[in-house]
Design a protein around this ligand. Structure first.
Ligand code: AMP
Length: 397
């Protein structure tokens, strides 16, 4: 089955064409700066790397250009659009109604639309991606895979907030959790590598967005993000946990509107708010050259991760493994070292040499005497989406 995976953002579309069950990537790339003066289209196969700078008016134009490249007589990989059996879409928020991977119908699209205000940066472009793919690949099955789905297993004791019941019952205000496709992908892989389906795992996704999940027997049982993608860990531009009183104070005493406060917490906070950059590589360089705020920001970031490790270890009654993933988790030697330092009470002991090796790919980095395994597993949300799409369609045939 040839499955095209789409991750549509507000001005971009990431795509991968994957052959299942072989898991072979046939083509992949990115359409960027949709609607801007000059857009960029990247396209890559085993034998070709292609980039084009051209005006891309809207998502439809972008996806149509991708289809043309896939079909191109010289650099293409398919002969006709109908060869694509299915399109798997990343959809960030499924709310309380869309709780697992599903075939897209008008009703499903309607529900995704009702969730726009819960994920304003993600669900609207996700839906555009779906509507455009339906037009460009009309014969393909369209499937939605939700970031929130993996966290549906978080029990009530952890997914409810202690606010009046009506907000839960009528408005469905609860922990939904995010980055679920990534946490699911790396934890599944970890369980196989650990050869223990019951392993208690903490997966730590550190990218521009950051989150941690407590996993018992392959299921998410707690998570650092909640109703929206702002709380928990300190992220690139998002604050992570802040006492809600700060919001009341900003609005009631400092005169900010709720929209302004939302922008401050989501776009101007986190590592950016502390250091002026949201790119961890810049911050690490600045810290090494003695910049005090960069050093403090790294310490605050790591301190928060450690607090979550401690609390998740408590709710799991111990841990068998921690997994680092995403841009920072996979690449930052320094952050992994700082996180693992002084956690010996948990039986966690990092091998500094293994940690420092600049290897791409899955690896164990704990010392021989460590009681807890420490893994680095590159995330692959696209492959997870393709696999879930494949599994759903196979069971429907
Ligand atoms: P992601 O959202 O998963 O693409 O991750 C983006 C983050 O990963 C950015 O903060 C980058 O600075 C960070 N990152 C990427 N490569 C490295 C690296 N070699 N060392 C430290 N941070 C990195």
């Amino acid at each position: 089955m040839k499955i095209l995976v789409l991750n549509a953002g507000s001005s971009s579309i990431k795509y991968q064409l994957i052959l299942l069950p072989e898991k072979t990537i046939i083509a992949q790339g990115l359409v960027e700066r949709i609607g801007e003066k000059e857009g960029v289209i990247h396209y890559e196969t085993d034998s070709v790397e292609f980039e084009e700078k051209v005006f891309i008016g809207d998502h439809k134009k972008g996806l149509e250009r991708v289809a043309t490249l896939l079909l191109d007589s010289k650099i293409g990989v398919i002969h006709e659009a109908d060869e694509i059996n299915a399109v798997g879409h990343r959809v960030v928020h499924g709310g309380h109604k869309l709780v697992s991977t599903t075939l897209i119908t008008d009703e499903v699209k309607g529900i995704i639309r009702t969730l726009f205000n819960l994920a304003p940066l993600h669900n609207p472009p996700n839906l555009i991606g779906i509507e455009v793919a339906e037009k460009v690949f009309p014969k393909a099955s369209q499937v939605a895979v939700f970031d929130t789905a993996f966290h549906q297993s978080i029990p009530e004791v952890a997914h409810r907030y202690a606010i009046p019941n009506e907000f839960y019952e009528k408005e469905h205000i609860r922990v939904y959790g995010f980055h679920g496709t990534s946490h699911q992908f790396v934890s599944k892989k970890a369980l196989v590598l650990l050869n223990n389906p019951k392993a208690r795992i903490i997966s730590i996704h550190l990218g521009n967005g950051c989150s941690m999940t407590a996993i018992r027997e392959g299921k998410s049982v707690d998570h650092s993000l909640g109703f929206g993608p702002v709380n928990g860990l300190i992220m690139g531009t998002r604050s992570g946990d802040v006492d809600p009183s700060v919001i009341f104070y900003m609005e009631q005493n400092l005169g900010y509107s709720s929209e302004e406060v939302s922008t401050i917490f989501q776009k101007r906070s986190g590592m950016l708010g502390l250091t002026g950059s949201n790119d961890l590589r810049d911050i690490e360089r600045a810290a090494l050259s003695g910049d005090r705020m960069a050093q403090l920001a790294l310490e605050m970031n790591v301190y928060r991760i450690k607090k979550f490790i401690g609390s998740f270890a408590a709710i799991l009654n111990g841990i068998d493994a921690i997994v680092f993933t995403a841009g920072i988790g996979e690449n930052s030697v320094l952050i992994r070292q700082m996180v693992c330092q002084d956690l010996t009470f948990l039986g966690l002991d990092l091998d500094l040499e293994k940690n420092q090796k600049q290897i791409k790919g899955t690896r164990f980095i704990e010392s021989n005497s460590s009681k807890v395994k420490i893994l680095v597993i590159p995330t692959n949300e696209e492959l997870e989406i393709a696999e879930q799409t494949y599994t759903l369609l196979k069971t429907k045939v």
